[in-house]
Design a protein around this ligand. Structure first.
Ligand code: COA
Ligand code: AMP
Length: 646
């Protein structure tokens, strides 16, 4: 850390930008040398029921437990507090839905009313502090209301992204064991109405866990059939409910579980606490995003992803900002000017989306003609995350939008940025391909596979020295050992991010991609290990390997290499179609396959382990070294030929 810090100081002197750096340097250094003091000061910016005095405890978990003597309620912090402090008439959420032709807004006071009432409705359904509630909803204001109502009761929400299939939903229901599920009759994807209720009904049939209460929001586009005794209509429930006050919880009590893909078929339920989460997000809203109370912040994502949790809902509302819930796409709803229309209409100060969204806009409107017809003067910064921001997209966005473009790196596990250009503190000079520098509390190192700290410009494993700052995962739901096994075992004393990359001589961080079987398709995180399980279940498949390959629009797409069972006859196109259908059925429509290839053998080590990394490197045209442990070096020829032919 010290070496990197010194390198950055050197860079500061070299670039003659001394005043710009002071604030980031001071705070970053203090966050590492005096973490308790640093985060205590941040905690005191929030309205606690009982202000914590012991910021961090590492005796129970090496990742650290934050503010364990503090008492609070996240919903109180994001709603009641602002209403009590004169922000009641400010718009909390703008809802903009080009797919239904609907726009509305809700003030902080109105949102508090609706959330308090829905919390009462959930309580009437038997939901109490500590109970889990699965939320399977499209991008409507009610999804935010449901999340905040859970927080109000001290219940633990688990939002499942609408693009997942019934089987994925069932796995999450069985793992979280919810007391209730909140859903809607349908979602809308551009011009298709997606019936959610049949998917939910199927998931409930597949799941072992029996759910007593299902609350359904009937949308005008589609009416869902309700099962008597179990299913409740949202509006009818509200009519019988009374408002409830925020229930005090401990800072370390869980606020939510969010499932994410790992290297195995079983998704990991990332558990986030209440106190550390609130403190970290509130800090990030100013330090990273430069947002002040009253500003309009727009994360063009989905509530089903961590970006939606942190920066559509909790972050902006904690900071007293106005947020936007956008039910649309960057293109096609109706065109590639959609983002700029929203920026103009709501005077958005900062926008945040995935690079894939900007690549889609670039493809449709390469010269920014549509952008020119909107007034985007309110826009100060463009943030991107979720996948690597490739330099051509960065350059295009910078030139076309004409605003600083901040590539920042984080994960579902951390819940807020690990690296960014902290524009609320200092606007550091940007470098294409870099997510700039670590943010307060993240002591980032690059380690070799054997655990040595690597020098500048050497690629390795990106790790974070323990303890982690507030806001990061506190565990994996239902499996205490998994946190240690998945993240802490590989390098003692560090959290393994699963990403590889390097720091340059100025301390800038470059994220080069996953070192495991996780891929990012259109900003959606998926597991190739899980896909292999699905492909392997095809009748004719003896063995398979699924790897992520580069895609110009979607960032990455899965490619399947398949070894058929003896005697199986099927042509490659037909096999591809069947595998695609299975992936849609088991994982969801977001698991789009690039291609499937029948091979006569898969490259393996002598001990029988498939050499996925080499397959991936060959398929992506990256450098690779053939390991001495390879069983049959000629097995790589077939893959090389496939790549040449595609
Ligand atoms: N519910 C149901 N189905 C969904 C869904 C949802 N919430 N989200 C996506 N799908 C479906 C789509 O309808 C599509 O189905 P189809 O194959 O039947 O047409 C399939 O999943 C793939 O969708 P998607 O991955 O979105 O690809 P696309 O080609 O339709 O659109 C983009 C490409 C780039 C425009 C789009 O992926 C996008 O907006 N990405 C940004 C992602 C993002 O914000 N990520 C959050 C991280 S910040
Ligand atoms: P998710 O948990 O869905 O947010 O996905 C996290 C993963 O997305 C990270 O581990 C990275 O592999 C990738 N990712 C997120 N942001 C970036 C970024 N700015 N640059 C490169 N990769 C990123």
């Amino acid at each position: 850390m010290v070496i990197i810090y010194l390198a950055l100081i050197e860079y500061e002197l070299m670039s003659h930008a001394t005043s710009y750096f002071t604030s980031y340097f001071t705070s970053y250094e203090q966050s590492l040398t005096q973490p308790a003091l640093f985060w205590q000061q941040q905690a005191e910016r929030l309205p606690w029921f009982k202000t914590p005095r012991h910021p961090v405890n590492t005796s129970q978990s090496p990742t650290g437990r934050w503010f364990e003597d503090g008492e609070m309620n996240t919903c109180y912090m994001v709603l009641d507090h602002h209403v009590l402090n004169g922000r009641g008439d400010q718009v909390a959420i703008y809802y903009d839905s080009p797919v239904t032709g609907t726009k509305s807004s809700v003030t902080y006071s109105q949102l508090l009313q609706q959330v308090s009432l829905f919390a009462g409705a959930l309580r009437n359904q038997g939901v109490a502090k500590g109970d889990r509630v699965v939320i399977y909803m499209p991008m409507v204001v009610e999804s935010a209301i449901a999340m905040l109502a859970c927080a109000r009761l001290g219940a633990v929400h688990s939002v499942v992204f609408g693009g997942f299939a019934a089987a994925e939903l069932a796995v999450r229901i069985d793992d979280a064991k919810p007391a209730a599920i909140v859903s809607a009759s349908c979602g809308i994807e551009v011009n298709k109405v997606i019936a959610y209720k049949p998917l939910l009904d199927e998931a409930l049939k597949l799941a072992q866990h029996k759910v007593k209460s299902v609350v359904v929001l009937q949308r005008p586009q589609l009416h869902a059939a309700l099962q008597a005794g179990r299913d409740q209509d949202w509006v009818e429930l509200l009519a019988q409910a009374h408002k409830v006050n925020a229930v005090p919880v401990k800072a370390t009590d869980p606020l939510y579980i969010l499932y994410t893909s790992g290297t195995t078929g079983k998704p990991k339920g990332i558990v986030r606490d209440n106190g550390g989460h609130a403190v970290a997000l509130n800090y990030s809203m100013k330090a990273v995003y430069n947002m002040n109370a009253g500003d309009v912040f727009w994360a063009a994502s989905d509530v089903g992803w961590v970006v939606g949790h942190s920066y559509i809902i909790y972050g902006p509302l904690l900071a007293g900002c106005t947020t936007i819930l956008y039910e649309g796409k960057p293109v096609m709803t109706p065109d590639a000017g959609a983002f700029w229309r929203v920026v103009e209409e709501y005077k958005v100060k900062a926008i945040f989306s995935a690079p894939t969204a900007f690549r889609a806009i670039k493809k449709e409107d390469p010269t920014g003609q549509l952008l020119k017809s909107y007034d985007i003067s309110s826009l100060e910064t463009v943030f991107m995350a979720g996948e690597r921001l490739d330099p051509p997209t960065y350059d295009w966005a910078l030139a076309t939008i004409g605003r600083p473009v901040v590539d920042h790196w984080w994960q579902t596990e951390t819940g807020w940025p690990i690296c960014a250009n902290p524009v609320g503190l200092d606007n550091l000079p940007a470098k294409a391909g870099s997510s700039t520098v670590p943010i307060a509390g993240y002591d980032l190192c690059i380690l070799s596979d054997t655990g040595e700290i690597l020098e500048a410009n050497k690629k390795g494993n990106i790790v974070i020295k323990l303890p982690l700052p507030p806001g990061c995962l506190i565990g994996i739901w239902g499996d205490d050992s998994r946190l240690n096994n998945v993240y802490l075992k590989e390098f003692s004393g560090y959290y393994s991010s699963g990403d590889g990359g390097y720091r340059d001589e100025n301390g800038y961080v470059f994220i080069m991609g996953r070192t495991d079987d996780v891929i990012n398709v259109s900003g959606h995180r998926l597991s190739t290990g899980e896909m292999e399980e699905v492909v392997g279940a095809h009748d004719m498949v003896a063995e398979c390997a699924v790897v992520g390959v580069k895609d110009e629009l979607k960032g990455q797409l899965p490619m399947a290499l398949v070894l058929l069972k003896a005697g199986s006859i099927i042509d490659e196109t037909q096999l591809g179609k069947e595998i695609m259908a299975m992936l849609r059925q088991k994982i969801g429509p977001i698991a789009v396959l690039k291609s499937a290839h029948i091979v006569t053998r898969l490259p393996k080590t002598r001990s029988g382990k498939i050499l996925r990394k080499i397959i991936r490197n060959i398929a992506n045209g990256d450098d690779y070294v053939v390991p001495s442990t390879i069983d049959d070096p000629a097995s790589l020829d077939e893959i090389r030929k496939l790549v040449v032919n595609h």
